[in-house]
Design a protein. Structure first.
Length: 146
């Protein structure tokens, strides 16, 4: 996805802060701070999300990569859906990335799970589900990728 020079500088700034400032990774990532710091230091990439089998990272060119953490396969470019989900989920760690979020396409439908809020109602009812991510990844809308 094309990004502006200012957005590229923002990503570079966030990567540099994670790589060099002692408290920055812990403040943003708590238990995954060492991994976030490693991506920033070793690969100059910003960790966006972590799941059971993969991490999703962003580089200063605006490219989003899926890093397989289970089988060790080579990194691959994220699909449009994976990128969208990673960016929406990353706002928890990096609210500064708001300008990278995609606009809602005219063809997108309102998410039936969260009814457009981006937050599934079960998160309010059961404390153990506070980290549950909606199928829309927080966007409030769903796109059928081709």
């Amino acid at each position: 996805m094309p990004i502006t020079p200012a957005q590229s500088r923002l990503i570079e700034f966030l990567v540099a802060a994670l790589a060099s400032e002692v408290s920055e990774p812990e403040r943003r990532w708590q238990g995954a701070s060492d991994i976030a710091r490693q991506y920033a230091s070793d690969r100059r990439q910003l960790l966006l999300t972590r799941d059971w089998t993969a991490d999703v990272v962003l580089d200063s060119a605006g490219d989003t990569w899926v890093i397989d953490t289970e089988t060790g396969q080579a990194p691959r470019t994220a699909t449009a859906a994976e990128r969208r989900e990673a960016l929406f989920r990353a706002l928890y760690h990096y609210p500064e990335l708001l300008s990278l979020l995609p606009s809602r396409p005219a063809t997108a439908g309102t998410c039936s799970v969260c009814e457009g809020t981006g937050v599934p109602e079960i998160r309010f009812v059961k404390p153990s589900f506070r980290s549950l991510v909606c199928q829309c990844a927080g966007a409030g809308w769903i796109v059928q990728d081709k």
